[in-house]
Design a protein around this ligand. Sequence first.
Ligand SMILES: [Zn+2]
Ligand SMILES: [Zn+2]
Length: 375
Amino acid sequence: MKLSTRLDRRLDRRAKHAPISFLRPFATLMLIFVSAHAFSHGNAAPTTKSDRSIDFPDVEGYQTLVVDLHTHSVFSDGHVWPKIRVEEALRDGLDGLAITEHLEYQPHRADIIHPDRNRAFEDASASAKDSDILIIPGAEITRDAPAGHMNAVFINDANKLLNDDNAPEDQADVLAYYAATKEWPAQSAVDAAHAQGAFVFWNHPYWSRQQPDGLARMNDFHRKNAKAGKLHGIEIANGQNYSEEAHAIALKHDLAFIGVSDVHDLIDWDHPPAEGEHRPVNLVFSRDRSLEGIKEALFAKRTVVWFRNLLIGREDSLMPLLAASISVGSATYREGTQVLEVDIQNHSDATLKLQNRRRLLSWTQPMSSACLHTA
Ligand SMILES: [Zn+2]
Ligand SMILES: [Zn+2]
């Protein structure tokens, strides 16, 4: 059974900060009986870096990059300028950001008419020019079910995904424009993205406006595109929600695990850092810190979703991350006792729960060290 499946069972969507348990990596540490009063000491305070910065260690052979592949600005139905998205991303320590405007749903078009659908990317890129954040070109293809919403990232030209046949003459007429878009074939947008070598993923497939029972189900449109190599990922976490069904679809159809903020307002309103929250992001294991590296890693499905202090990923991505997140400083017996003191450091943002087969040992807080006492 894959680790992702085992982890899945432990996901408790009701617990906002539920820790994740990893059993196997600690098996070697749990050589003898566990003290009933195992405790931790040392620096349990968060990292001295900005508390809100999302930070995970690199893994063997790859850099761990933090990316948000789904956000909005005023160039579709978001409420901030792209510059603010960039500023938020810098505060969150992101390595990569995509502003993925709805190509077709343009509720601000009475105020902001922009025939060039690349404007959000261009504006974000200009805002990011003095920083090292990577701005990823992307757009959201927006249809009713069954196609639903799909993001295409690493595109060359968003305009070519927009088939605006029969567009109303009044460019400022929001409702007429959106009504016309429903007639545009979703497949032609996916094909245009594919022709540009885009990485395409299915957004919030459990969205209750399109799936009234809130359960993601694979359908013929997505099955066909996945089979044709035109659909590469699926959101298993979006904003405040995680979907077990989307997770299962990702496993069954060999799609990349995607987790995104899909922010429209302010990140701090949706995920208040002062309350210890963080936006959902993808950890991407990339050969280098570049757009090309992120793209290659996504196609290779080297991703983990970081959602509400949960790490969700395939075993071959999760285990190297866990190995890099934990280091053992020392392990010594207390003199004259069978109590083993093990110094463990957690280099990740995740709160890791250390556990042997039967009972809790201790917690390691993000970016901290802990001393376990086992006997
Ligand atoms: Zn959407
Ligand atoms: Zn969206």
